[in-house]
Design a protein around this ligand. Structure first.
Ligand SMILES: C[S@@+](CC[C@H](N)C(=O)[O-])C[C@H]1O[C@@H](n2cnc3c(N)ncnc32)[C@H](O)[C@@H]1O
Length: 201
């Protein structure tokens, strides 16, 4: 089964695999969000985070390669009464518009091999406006022992060293790795080893 088919199958049920509530990390940093402007939600899946940004008054582009996930994101946005610009795109190959977004979120998008990940993050860099906010969240290699979500290939997981190196271009960055308990649908559930980055271009 291809990666695409795997995600399509995962999203084919009625339940929201990662829940309908936004990431706790995103909610915790909501006060950093501007009151207006454009936001990009990379590989936003079923839309929980994109919808939250739209509810905060941002114009949101929500990308993902899965039509099944985006159908759910569309339904969630409609239920919540907000608009979402859903763009079906591969995160590695999308033509990221230059300096177009005040906010970019890259939350739990650890599907890439290191070379493809570099392409995704080059796109993120390109898309952020100078002074724009980057909120990124993922699992660390310690997550493999928890087995409560995320990929099992260490090359796809994030370390502080990796994020410091790859995001050295940001004007400012704060990175925090910690243990927490996630409750984000069936997909992310239980004790978890996560790492967050809050950056300014
Ligand atoms: C773990 S889910 C997280 C979704 C969302 N960011 C969230 O936090 O709820 C990963 C998402 O990446 C998407 N995805 C996987 N490979 C992708 C690719 N190459 N390009 C775009 N999206 C991809 C999947 O369809 C899925 O929606």
């Amino acid at each position: 089964m291809s990666e695409f088919e795997r995600w399509e199958t995962r999203f084919s049920g009625v339940d929201y695999v990662f829940g309908e509530a936004p990431s706790a990390f995103l909610v915790a940093h909501r006060d950093l969000l501007p009151r207006a402007g454009r936001a990009l939600a990379v590989a936003d899946g079923e839309g929980r985070n994109g919808v939250f940004l739209a509810e905060r008054g941002l114009d949101v582009v929500s990308t993902d390669f899965s039509p099944s996930a985006q159908a759910k994101a569309r339904a969630l946005a409609a239920r919540r009464g907000v608009g979402l610009d859903l763009v079906r795109a591969d995160a590695h190959d999308w033509d990221y518009p230059p300096a177009a977004f005040d906010v970019v979120i890259d939350i739990f998008t650890q599907f890439s091999t290191p070379d493809l990940r570099a392409r995704k993050w080059a796109g993120v860099r390109r898309a952020l406006k100078p002074g724009g906010l980057l909120l990124l969240e993922g699992y660390t290699p310690d997550q493999i022992a928890h087995g409560t979500g995320g990929p099992r290939d260490p090359a796809q997981l994030y370390t502080r060293e990796l994020l410091e190196r790859e995001f050295a271009w940001l004007a400012s960055r704060e990175i925090r790795a910690y243990e927490t308990v996630l409750s984000e649908g069936a997909g992310h559930s239980g004790p978890s080893a996560v790492i967050d980055l809050i950056g300014r271009a």
